[in-house]
Write a protein that binds this ligand. Structure first.
Ligand code: LLP
Length: 436
């Protein structure tokens, strides 16, 4: 038996399995809350992007957006799969370097890069800096002089005036965003003129990212239209031909049965089709295409296991069932009203008899993981498995209420490996100093 809408089987004891392992045993071995990832699914997701570009014969780079889930083990898997890496802070860059990720395959993002970040990136020879604003250009200039480096590979992030909101997209005349250079008001062109013949900079092309958890290709195509409109102008005026076009990430995944993501090859095929048409019209060579999927690489590969504790029944109103984690290990329901599905992992084949709402343990009414979940008869000590928690859960964890961060376990082909240790209370107070 397989859980409906989710790629995980149930064994003959009626327990949910992941990566060939019984979730009940994993919870016993490592404790809860516990993030568990099926690594073979991470590899499969990565390959479906990489292989589609190969099949289409398009030179491409698939950069895993490590903000979705960064840890040394995860970045080692990304490296094994020959992905490139998108980092957006010194901490993400540091983690990548600790994982021995090849520096030349790392791209640095950020709307407020510090001089230290840019310096660390250039010193370590990272592959590309995605320039987000005029301050970035000045910092690259300063740092390159200090370090005596030239021709630093740079992309320019632009805001194409299209925002994608899952099922619909919005065209905005002037993009009101903290990220990137505006195409409409001429700032992108101004930055381009600054960088095209800059000593410190080798300007490789344009980048845009239109949003996250997107289910249609329309928004990407409109963004490509906008980029090519600008590129046509730059070709005419400045004889410019881009080497690289980076179309960002944002490919949607299934959290609940209402979500119907496209297969990843479809996103890529349709994007490439759109780009090819523009390239033909413009009569330029096909640029290398880069994408930056985060959620779509890891999101559906991870689950979170929780132990059920207290229950509160308000007759005629609601039954609250509390678990030993919540907003500290997954802020998404509280922050974005994100919806998740879950099963009682030790009773996955038992008949559904009740509807309950799953509460976290933090002192915050908004700490609710799932409203109105259908469940069998449940008891204290049962195991709850929440699906599709692989992206933006661990990476957005907090210490609210001084709750230690949960552990992360990787499973693959029937073996399990602890890849992030559970924090201890000692870890929680490790930076505290006394005041006596
Ligand atoms: N590239 C850039 C420049 C980005 O800003 C992002 C995400 C990505 C790639 C990866 O996007 P993805 O493929 O993962 O959708 N915390 C939010 C998501 C924030 C996304 C920020 N940028 C959430 O939990 O839904």
């Amino acid at each position: 038996m397989v859980i409906e809408h989710h790629p995980f089987p149930v064994n003959d004891k009626g327990h949910l399995e992941i990566g060939g392992l019984d979730t009940v045993k994993l919870a016993e071995k490592y404790g809860t809350p516990l993030y568990v990832y099926d690594v073979s699914m991470i590899r499969k997701n990565a390959r479906s992007f990489v292989d589609t570009f190969k099949k289409l014969g398009v030179r491409a780079k698939v950069a895993y957006a490590s903000k979705a889930f960064s840890s040394i083990a995860m970045l080692q898997v990304a490296k094994q799969e020959k992905l490139c890496l998108d980092v957006v802070s010194e901490g993400e860059l540091y983690t990548a370097l600790k994982a021995d990720f090849p520096a030349e395959s790392i791209h640095l993002h950020g709307n407020n890069k510090s001089q230290e970040e840019i310096s660390m990136a250039i010193q370590n020879g990272i592959g590309c800096i995605v320039v987000d604003n005029f301050h970035d250009i000045e910092l690259i200039e300063t740092v390159s002089k200090q370090l005596g480096k030239k021709d630093i590979d740079v992309l320019m992030r632009v805001t194409p005036g299209v925002e994608s909101h899952t099922h619909e997209y919005i065209m905005t005349g002037n993009e009101d965003s903290k990220f990137g250079f505006d195409l409409q008001n001429g700032q992108a062109e101004e930055a381009f003129k600054l960088m095209q013949h800059h000593e410190a900079i080798h300007f490789k092309g344009l980048h845009c990212h239109i949003g996250s958890q997107i289910f249609e290709t329309e928004g990407f195509k409109i963004a490509a239209d906008m980029l090519f409109k600008e590129l046509a102008k730059w070709k005419d005026l400045y004889d410019y031909i881009p080497e690289v076009l980076n179309l960002g990430g944002g490919f949607g995944i299934r959290y609940t049965k209402e979500d119907n993501p496209l297969p990843y090859n479809v996103y890529v095929e349709e994007l490439i089709e759109a780009v090819k048409q523009h390239v033909e019209t413009l009569n330029i060579p096909m640029p290398e295409i880069w994408i930056e999927p985060g959620r779509s690489i890891v999101g559906n590969t991870g689950i979170t296991l929780y132990t059920i504790g207290s229950m509160k029944n308000i007759p005629g109103i609601r039954k609250y069932v509390s678990v030993d984690g919540g907003m500290t290990d997954n802020i998404r329901p509280a922050l974005y009203q994100a919806k998740y599905e879950a099963v009682i992992a030790n009773k996955a084949t038992k008949p559904i008899t009740d509807t309950v709402s799953i509460a976290g343990k933090s002192c915050e009414s908004g700490d609710m993981l799932i409203w109105d979940l259908s469940v069998p008869d449940i008891d204290h000590g049962d195991l709850l498995a929440v699906f599709s928690t692989g992206a933006y859960s661990y990476s957005m964890a907090s210490h609210y209420n001084r709750i230690p961060n949960a552990a992360v376990v990787f499973v693959e082909n029937g073996s399990d490996k602890l890849v992030v240790k559970r924090e201890t209370y000692k870890d929680v107070v490790k930076n505290d100093l006394t005041y006596e």
